[in-house]
Design a protein around this ligand. Structure first.
Ligand code: SAJ
Length: 402
């Protein structure tokens, strides 16, 4: 069995490596020659604990190779990004480009699977594209949609153990795709059709976005009401059927802050709550920035000098170095723009060595020096800091819950 993975990013590369470890002959394809060179040299271009060693083994054993162009294979996996364009419209041009590049290699009996998060109907649309270019293959390919649901940082475990949803264009396609994934997935493979599988991925991330929006809205209400939101949530969660998530300074990353727009773009009239959740979560970052600006102003009025402000955390979630779509960065930019002459800013991100735009300060030093401390990301080391009555502390992510 030879499989071609189109896209060697955060999902494509780990999946290619795991498949190679389970006896599949893998060709990883990426349009970026640097990624291809690094992969062939056994170096990981993404950060994922434990994965580099697996990559090296797969390359050394000849089970995995990378290239900038696909080759004849038995199965093709589309694992490329699906960002959104202006006005939050999904952009499936990478899926289309990757599909076009495998079309010349397809032959009777092959498996073609989209893993990229995609708007409902994308798999059918790509099937139409394939058959418009290769009409002789109509009815002779297995075409399916199979989303991933792994959490960055725990990818090796979750790629194997998570259940997966597999939606074929017909029962034979679903069966063929299930056969492939059973090479390395020990979780249950749930069969469905491709539209349901596409919607399932969007539903999972929209559900989480809505639940986080609830927590974020609650945090703003509690701030007005003078109630400790962390204590409130802890108490409410003692109810056997209530499970409120944690508020933060917004929602970041490339998934949860993006995927709900794939639903709202297509169903603008119906998707009212999903759209509102996006607004609430985006609005939380603006609200946090406003809170910091007000604190700076109040400090200046009270002490007639510029405060030192520590901005703690840039990553989009705790204990990672991933800054993609991070609300903490958005807030940092907003504060720099509106307060560059009103405060001395110390920017902290313990998970990265340096940043091309910001000069970084050690977290302990920043905390010691600051008059105003703003917790943006709940990195574990921050929890070792001691609460200080001398400082203004804006704790947006629950470092000092009580
Ligand atoms: N967040 C909160 N409060 C919480 C939980 C999260 O504010 O209680 C924030 C985080 O700080 C972060 C954002 O939400 O900014 C997203 O973080 P996350 O850990 O919820 O999710 P991601 O984006 O790392 O990964 C999600 C996962 N999806 C779900 O949990 C439904 C993952 O399983 C998916 O594979 C991934 O999206 C994806 O690739 O789609």
């Amino acid at each position: 069995m030879k499989a071609c993975f189109m896209g060697l990013g955060y999902i494509g590369l780990p999946t290619a490596i795991i498949a190679a470890h389970h006896g599949v002959e893998v060709l990883g394809v990426d349009i970026n020659p640097k990624v291809v060179a690094m992969t062939n040299a056994g170096h990981l271009h993404i950060i994922e604990p434990g994965l580099e060693e697996m990559l090296r083994k797969a390359v050394d054993s000849g089970q995995l190779r990378a290239a900038t162009q696909p080759e004849v294979s038995d199965a093709y996996f589309i694992v490329v990004p699906t960002p959104f364009k202006g006005n939050h419209q999904p952009d499936i041009s990478y899926v289309e480009a990757a599909t076009r590049s495998v079309v010349p290699f397809l032959k009777e009996g092959d498996l073609y699977v989209i893993e990229s998060t995609s708007p409902v109907g994308t798999t059918d649309q790509m099937a139409d594209l394939i058959f418009s270019l290769r009409p002789e293959l109509k009815g002779k390919l297995h075409i399916a949609y199979c989303p991933e649901r792994v959490l960055p940082g725990n990818v090796i475990y979750e790629l194997v153990h998570n259940d997966r949803v597999i939606g074929g264009r017909d029962a034979a396609s679903t069966e063929r795709a299930k056969e492939f994934y059973s090479h390395f997935v020990t979780g249950t493979l749930h069969a469905t059709n491709c539209k349901t599988a596409e919607m399932c991925k969007l539903t999972e991330n929209s559900c989480r976005d809505s639940q986080i929006a609830f927590a974020n809205e609650l945090s703003i209400i509690c701030d007005r009401a003078g109630i400790n939101v962390w204590e409130l949530i802890e108490l409410a969660n003692k109810h056997p059927r209530v499970n409120i998530l944690q508020p933060g300074c917004g929602v970041g990353g490339h998934c949860i802050a993006v995927d709900p727009y794939f639903i709202t773009a297509e169903f603008p009239t119906e998707a009212r709550m999903i759209a509102t959740a996006r607004e609430v979560n985006n609005g939380k970052a603006d609200w946090c920035a406003q809170k910091v600006e007000n604190a700076i102003l109040r400090f200046r009025l009270a002490y007639q000098r510029k405060p030192i402000v520590a901005l703690m955390g840039l990553a989009f979630k705790p204990n990672i170095d991933d800054l993609r779509e991070s609300p903490a960065i958005q807030i940092t930019h907003a504060i720099i723009t509106s307060n560059k002459d009103d405060a001395e800013l110390l920017i902290v991100e313990p998970n990265i060595q340096q940043h091309e735009e910001f000069q970084l300060t050690d977290y302990q030093e920043a905390y010691n020096r600051a008059d105003i401390v703003v917790f943006l990301t709940a990195h574990t080391p921050f929890r070792s800091l001691e609460w200080s009555k001398e400082k203004v502390i804006l704790d947006f992510c629950g470092i000092f819950k009580h």
